[in-house]
Design a protein around this ligand. Structure first.
Ligand SMILES: Cc1cc2nc3c(=O)[nH]c(=O)nc-3n(C[C@H](O)[C@H](O)[C@H](O)COP(=O)(O)O)c2cc1C
Length: 231
């Protein structure tokens, strides 16, 4: 039964199927599950990719995010992406449903009237983070972040830098107090990763957790994992 209804989720029939369900089915558990999944499928997320190291985080996020995805790639992100992945700006933009240039201040996501649900900047440079903390909206990524803040929408910044100066720490605190989710791109080692991809998936899985998106990108700590004796 669950499987049949989940099949509807891949197209726009989700809402129609939900209303049918409410008339014919008295299973509230199933209805709740269905509503949640329909919301995730309908979710609109803006992904900003900036010039911090770790372009791969943004790429993997675009691959794993459900719903409608809009991407904005900064000029420095395009340069770093070339170094780190060999991918071009166009390659990255091809992973999203729509894309805008970072200088396109007339893009819909520059306005509070654009109905996106959440924004993630991954990776987020300390420069972009600090601009957002100071209310500077000098490009589309910083403007869309300011929109997310003023409209009280979810904003996640996946910061990649080390070590952190007092200025950066203060700016991160300012944003955290304003409701922004500050996530250092720091993978855990308790799942004993053996490949870079696993470490990336740990971080991206934690970002999806922040957006309320169920995922099995990483091994969750269950408290009873004991190390193998021969390791
Ligand atoms: C190869 C490379 C790696 C970089 N890594 C980082 C980094 O990890 N974190 C960071 O905050 N900035 C990093 N930078 C510097 C940013 O790219 C730079 O501050 C840039 O102006 C950020 O602009 P943007 O936020 O608009 O993309 C790096 C630059 C290069 C060229």
């Amino acid at each position: 039964m669950v499987l049949i209804f989940k099949c509807f989720l891949v197209n726009d029939s989700a809402r129609v199927a939900l209303s049918t369900l409410s008339h014919t089915e008295n299973d509230t558990r199933l209805k709740k599950l269905f509503q949640r999944d329909a919301l995730v499928v309908d979710m609109r997320t803006v992904v900003g990719i900036t010039g911090a190291s770790g372009t791969v985080y943004g790429l993997r996020l675009l691959e794993c995010l459900p719903g409608e995805k809009t991407v904005v790639v900064s000029d420095d992100a395009a340069t770093v992406a070339g170094h780190e992945t060999g991918m071009s700006r166009q390659d990255i933009e091809g992973l999203a449903d729509e894309s805008y240039g970072n200088d396109d201040m007339a893009a819909p996501i520059a306005s509070g009237s654009a109905a996106f649900d959440a924004m993630v900047i991954a990776p987020c440079s300390t420069s972009t983070m600090s601009k957002i903390a100071c209310g500077i909206s000098d490009n589309l990524i910083t403007r869309a972040a300011a929109v997310a803040l003023k409209e009280r929408r979810t904003l996640v910044l996946l910061i990649r830098e080390t070590p952190l100066s007092a200025i950066i720490l203060r700016n991160m605190q300012t944003l955290s107090e304003a409701g922004v989710v500050i996530m250092p791109a720091s993978p855990a080692f308790y799942p004993r990763p053996s490949r870079v991809e696993e470490m990336v998936d740990f971080v991206v899985g934690r970002v999806l957790d922040q957006l309320g998106i169920e995922n099995d990108l990483y091994l969750r700590w269950s408290g009873d994992e004991a190390p193998d004796e021969d390791q």
